[in-house]
Ligand binder design. Structure first.
Ligand code: NAP
Ligand code: MG
Length: 402
């Protein structure tokens, strides 16, 4: 069989531990035999990040901006234990944080739905995608414990020295206060990322906040979304036959539980943090979830939502068998290949991505799966396999489809 040719390279960001092992298996078994794979390779494994003083992470993000599409393996975010384990020169920042800061994106996470892994919510038939704003609010707040009676105020001092003040509370005893912020530029890019992603995936977009209570803060989010939608996206949404609507967060929660799924739910930073864990768990597993970072300029980076699966890696190093689920990492590759195929007009590449996803889902629905899924499946005949055999089983199904 002739391998599919590519014209533009994918930016390939390799990673750490068990996911690095899976990364190579996926390439060897599921990609290289079928695609004349063209990538610009960046080694984001912790050892090489340390050798380059983390410059490789920055370079990889700049390459993603240049070419438009990247695929990323899970990476270690160093903590004190990792600094010792890898004898690091410093405690580098989270690579995802560094890449996000350069691309200025929004993270979209959606469950991969398969028969036999049933959502906890009976009515959910299609995936629910959470779009989480990843800047500001309570994640970049200042807080103070108030020890005694007194007046707490918000003070803004302009560059010319003039002041604006707002009373928070006149305390008659001890209490607490918190000050948080966001930026119009960040909210605007969040909105554009959400609208673009809705158009790209052909799904309705919901956005929720608490503007009835937070009349300036949350209301600004609501207004910015509406304003950008009316000016830049309304016609495109009409043409695509999809809808944007805003509702209160409490109304959104009730609607989500009653819904069939199949839409994007844009959330402010905190809401997205909490709701994405709820939605992912209710759909089954972190290893059955896609994660994609979309920047306002259209740059797209695909990854798995889970980490490097350290516990499995140490078993692997000890020569023990592992049963690590590679689905999210496979779907990171298929997402990137499909996007590259569409941008470059290479139908065969996009078509291959569809077929690899189908082969992966068929494998699980046929009863062959890794242990994490074997524990929760409703299928009766289950063949729980190791990491390698799961990928081999997908290859067999893929060859049959091709
Ligand atoms: P993790 O890698 O997500 O794994 C936590 C546990 O979840 C695993 O021990 C395993 O449970 C289960 N699990 C996760 N992915 C799985 C898969 N594909 N197949 C089967 N089981 C899976 O989180 P962690 O161990 O807390 O973090 C390890 C490293 O990952 C850390 O250094 C962290 O910085 C990094 N991290 C990176 C990213 C990223 O790059 N996107 C995200 C999160 C964390 P059992 O052990 O019970 O089998
Ligand atoms: Mg969280």
């Amino acid at each position: 069989m002739e391998r599919i040719k590519m014209t533009t390279p994918l930016v390939e960001m390799d990673g750490d531990e068990m996911t690095r092992i899976l990364w190579k298996m996926i390439k060897d078994e599921l990609l290289l035999p079928f695609i004349d794979l063209k990538t610009e390779y960046y080694d984001l494994g912790l050892k090489y990040r340390d050798e380059t003083g983390d410059q490789v992470t920055i370079d990889s993000a700049l390459a993603a901006k240049k070419y438009g599409v990247a695929v990323k393996c899970a990476t270690i975010t160093p903590n004190a234990a990792r600094v010792e384990e890898y004898n690091l020169k410093e405690m580098y920042k989270s690579p995802n944080g560094t890449i996000r800061a350069i691309l200025d994106g929004t993270v979209f996470r959606a469950p991969i739905v398969v028969k036999g892994i049933d959502p906890t919510v009976r009515t959910w038939k299609k995936p629910i995608t959470i779009a989480r704003h990843a800047y500001g609010d309570v994640y970049k707040a200042s807080e103070m414990k108030i020890p005694s009676p007194g007046k707490a105020e918000i003070v803004f001092t302009a560059e010319d020295g003039s002041e604006m003040r707002e009373l928070i509370h006149d305390f008659d005893g001890p209490g607490i206060v918190q000050g948080m912020h966001n930026l119009f530029s960040s909210i605007e890019s969040f909105a554009r990322s959400c609208f673009n992603y809705a158009l790209e995936t052909g799904q309705d977009l919901w956005f929720s906040s608490k503007d009835t209570i937070s009349k300036k803060y949350d209301h600004s989010f609501k207004d910015i979304f509406q304003d950008i939608f009316d000016r830049e996206y309304k016609d495109k949404f009409d043409q695509a036959g999809i809808e944007y609507f805003y509702t209160l967060i409490d109304d959104a929660v009730a609607r989500v539980i009653r819904s069939e799924g199949g839409y994007i739910w844009a959330c402010k930073n905190y809401d997205g943090d909490v709701m994405s864990d709820m939605v992912a768990t209710a759909f089954g597993s972190l290893a059955m979830m896609t994660s994609v970072l979309v920047a306002p300029d259209g740059t797209t980076e695909y990854e798995a939502a889970h980490g490097t699966v350290q516990r499995h890696y140490y078993k692997h190093l000890n020569g023990e068998e592992t049963s690590t689920n590679s689905v999210a990492t496979i779907f990171a590759w298929t997402g990137a290949l499909r996007k590259r195929g569409r941008l470059d007009g290479i139908d065969a590449l996009a078509d291959f991505a569809d077929k690899l996803e189908k082969a992966t889902i068929d494998t699980i629905e046929g009863g062959t799966m890794t242990k994490d899924l074997a524990l929760i499946t409703t299928l009766e005949k289950v063949n729980a396999v190791n990491s390698q055999d799961f990928i081999k089983a997908i290859r067999t199904n893929l060859e049959a489809i091709l």
